[in-house]
Design a protein around this ligand. Structure first.
Ligand SMILES: C=CC1=C(C)c2cc3[nH]c(cc4nc(cc5[nH]c(cc1n2)c(C)c5CCC(=O)O)C(CCC(=O)O)=C4C)c(C)c3C=C
Ligand code: FE2
Ligand code: FE2
Length: 370
């Protein structure tokens, strides 16, 4: 083809995230969407719409108070859009492909129906589903994959698709996170008297224990992330622990809870550095729960120092890791998890058990009475 340039393969990268209300009036419907998701509220289908609405109604007031602190809206969409633009820029020079990012939020706009229509209009040659959750959970990535499949059917979108299932221990991601931890550690250390110990609390979003017992790999993958970050930190003797925040239902959730770990640190007269480890952007659970609620609790308990590692957002090293993950996934041409391990998908398989488990759950959900 002398003189002619080969057309570039058009790749649509669909970023999955949870979404958040864009104004105070959206808080209730956002919560209704969340609590009526069969992946979240695991009760028989005929009860779910009623119970889900009831739980959403009860949660609306505290959630509105949290979002009021943030000016009445979640910053998650703006930050995800910025991550999408940064990822496009990072891959702009990749030979033979033209990348465009799309956002499919699970519980508030733009949701997967809107995203699937936008992807169809762009007419890509290939789609990459890219969850902005490093660890796979049936409640997050699994739920988003199921919603995306429904939306594709509705929109009549049928394009070769690669699903990146999880990336909990990816080296670039772990290194970018470790650098953020190291920077925050040095600042905290400089602000503290020498004899005050500093403990790192890697705080992940919690999950009801029953979901983990049913085979959800999330907790195990969170532990793998922390092990990878600690390895990259290479700080022998680092005092650290994994803990879980954001319990919102009365069932038993996985632990230890972040609140209990704050209490233990107070008892040990240790300062704490909290590192969010399951979110890669700031939102209500970092900016309110960690920065306001837990900080107040820590102050009340007389903790000698309270510091927080910022979320990755569009940190250049983190974006470079996302680009690296996208390239590896696109090269594989199939659904995959990025790492091998006993309780997750084998490396480079053609049929991701996490995605399959989600599809099976969905079939069960569909069979339930409406
Ligand atoms: C049973 C309820 C919930 C489960 C299970 C759950 C899992 C889960 N969530 C995230 C990440 C995020 N959650 C966010 C908000 C949020 N989550 C729940 C409930 C459950 N989450 C509620 C009720 C809310 C709304 C806020 C509130 O009422 O406190 C958010 C975004 C919020 C924003 O400000 O934009 C994220 C992100 C993970 C990773 C996870 C399990 C692995
Ligand atoms: Fe949540
Ligand atoms: Fe998987």
């Amino acid at each position: 083809m002398s003189g002619e340039t080969m057309p570039k393969r058009r790749v649509a990268i669909v970023l999955f995230n949870l979404g958040g209300p864009d104004r105070p009036e959206s808080v209730r419907p956002f919560l209704v969407n969340l609590f009526t998701d069969p992946a979240i509220l695991r009760v028989p289908g005929f009860i779910r719409p009623w119970l889900g609405r009831l739980i959403a109604w009860r949660r609306t007031k505290p959630a509105m108070e949290n979002y009021a602190i943030l000016g009445g809206r979640s910053p998650l969409l703006d930050l995800t859009e910025e991550q999408g633009r940064s990822l496009e820029a990072a891959m702009a020079g990749d030979p033979g492909i033209e990348v465009r990012s799309f956002i499919a939020m699970r519980y508030w706009h733009p949701m997967s129906d809107e995203a699937a229509r936008a992807v169809k209009d762009w007419a890509p040659d290939e789609v990459l589903l890219f969850p902005l959750y490093p660890q796979f959970s049936t409640t997050t990535t699994g739920s988003s994959i199921a919603a995306w499949q429904d939306s594709c059917r509705k929109a009549g979108l049928s394009v070769p698709t690669t699903t990146l299932c999880c990336w909990h221990s990816h080296g670039g991601f772990a290194m970018a996170t470790a650098q953020l931890v190291r920077r925050a550690w040095q600042e905290a250390r400089a602000a503290l008297p020498e004899d005050v110990p500093l403990r790192v609390l890697f705080s992940a979003h919690g999950l009801p224990e029953s979901i983990v017992n049913a085979g959800d790999p999330y907790q195990w993958q969170v532990e793998q992330t922390v092990a990878s970050v600690v390895e990259k930190l290479d700080m022998p003797g680092l005092d650290h622990i994994v803990c879980y925040q954001s319990r919102v239902t009365p069932q038993k959730w996985i632990g230890p809870s972040t609140e209990d770990e704050i209490e233990r640190a107070a008892h040990d007269k240790a300062a704490i550095l909290i590192c969010p480890i399951a979110f890669v952007s700031e939102h209500s659970e970092t900016l309110v729960e960690l920065d306001v609620e837990y900080r107040e609790e820590a102050d009340k308990l007389g903790i000698p120092g309270y510091f927080r590692v910022p979320a990755q957002n569009s940190d250049p090293d983190f974006i470079a890791a996302l680009a690296d993950l996208a390239r590896a996934a696109l090269g594989s041409g199939r659904s995959l998890c990025s790492f091998a391990g006993a309780r997750q998908c084998p490396k480079q398989h053609g049929d991701c058990p996490h995605a399959r488990a989600t599809a099976e759950r969905r079939q069960v959900a569909v069979k339930e009475p409406a």
